[in-house]
Design a protein around this ligand. Structure first.
Ligand code: PMP
Length: 355
């Protein structure tokens, strides 16, 4: 039995793997593989239509919000966002709360001015900055809702006088939020949505078409909207895996139901960490992520022993990011509670041995 705590690409439901495998051999009893059908066929159009409809339904999006499946991973959105929203000389406001946000800031500077309204760099991004002011003249305010590497998460939506843009790559669809408060949301699929190779973008069409630069077609959200995410050949198989994962999420009872399980998982692991002095959670308590639990050990010499034990017991992907060290346990939607139970039992056992 393998327990997969990878940070992304990461665990997906077993039924999704089974259905995706079947579709490679024989898609919907057509005698054709999902890998060999044209993207302009009704067969694939139905896949795209259902995936878009499920995102709208699960996130309860209003009619101004357009759903796109685009190439390029979340890193492409770091520059596609400012390209579409920020004219030269205009300012985008950014919250600097982790490694990925820092990269988004760097890319935005290519297209306009960046006002970093607050940063938690002073303490290695181990907390979420608070009490900052978002300038009313900014074109938008950008933040990372969950910091995958550092293990912090925004637990409320900030009040903003300007359009809100969020990188939700590592916590989208994990908890109920008023997603209509955002003017643009983007997320790489490879954690809670499906397979790597595609990006989910949700955009309020009202904010588009206002920049004064020319946009290459493939970078222009309006052209993607007009073409239903099929301006060119979409990543067909990755979109199909998203559809299967979205169907699975709906079968679980949707976002509200998965949030309850996600809360149980994160409470169990944080309570265990707090009760065992050998372990040392590294981020501010009120900003702890429910998706990526980051911790180290009081005695760093024991870290290798714990990693070896985890490996022996089939726990995969718990080594911390190379820039942070220690451990990172990712608890995405498809990770069962039983995996967290197995890991916390192992932690208790290890703590007893090293008391
Ligand atoms: N933002 C966040 C919050 C992430 O966790 C990641 C990847 N783990 C990225 C952006 C970059 O995503 P990609 O590799 O798909 O470009």
């Amino acid at each position: 039995m393998v327990h997969n705590f990878n940070a992304g690409p990461s665990v997906l439901p077993k039924t999704v793997f089974e259905q995706a495998s079947q579709a490679i051999l024989n898609f919907n009893n057509t005698g054709l593989s999902i890998l060999e059908i044209g993207h302009r066929t009704s067969l694939f159009q139905n896949v795209m239509d259902e995936a878009i409809a499920l995102v709208k339904e699960l996130m309860q999006l209003d009619s101004n919000r357009e759903v796109l499946f685009l190439h390029g991973g979340a890193s492409t959105q770091f520059f596609q966002v400012p390209m579409n929203l920020l004219s030269e000389g205009e300012t985008g406001a950014y919250l600097d709360c982790g490694t990925w946000g820092t990269k988004a800031i760097k890319e935005a500077k290519v297209f306009g001015n960046v006002d970093v309204v607050a940063s938690s760099k002073d303490k290695n991004y181990s907390y979420i900055p608070k009490g900052y002011t978002i300038p009313a003249q900014a074109k938008y305010f950008h933040y990372t809702s969950n910091n995958t590497i550092e293990g912090t998460q925004m637990h409320s939506i900030p009040d903003s006088p300007v359009p809100l843009v969020a990188d939700m790559s590592s916590d989208i669809l994990s908890a109920v939020l008023d997603f209509n408060r955002f003017d643009l949301i983007y997320a790489g699929a490879q954690k809670n949505i499906g397979a790597a190779g595609v990006n989910l973008v949700i955009v309020n069409k009202e904010i588009l078409g206002k920049v004064n630069r020319k946009l290459p077609s493939m970078m222009d959200y309006q052209q993607h909207i007009a073409n239903g995410s099929m301006l060119n050949t979409p990543p067909v198989f990755a979109v199909y895996v998203c559809l299967l994962t979205l169907r699975w999420l709906k079968e679980q009872g949707g976002v509200a139901a998965i949030e309850k399980i996600n809360n149980k998982k994160s409470e169990l692991i944080y309570n265990t960490l707090d009760s065992l002095p050998v372990f040392k959670p590294t981020v501010a308590k009120e900003d702890r992520s429910k998706m990526n639990v980051v911790f180290s050990m009081e005695n760093p010499e024991l870290e290798k022993d714990f990693l070896d034990l985890c490996k022996k017991e089939g726990m995969v992907g718990i080594k911390g990011h190379r820039t942070v060290g220690g451990f990172r346990v990712s608890l995405y939607n498809a990770l069962p509670l039983s995996s967290v139970e197995a890991l916390t039992e192992l932690m208790k056992h290890f703590a007893l041995q090293h008391a």
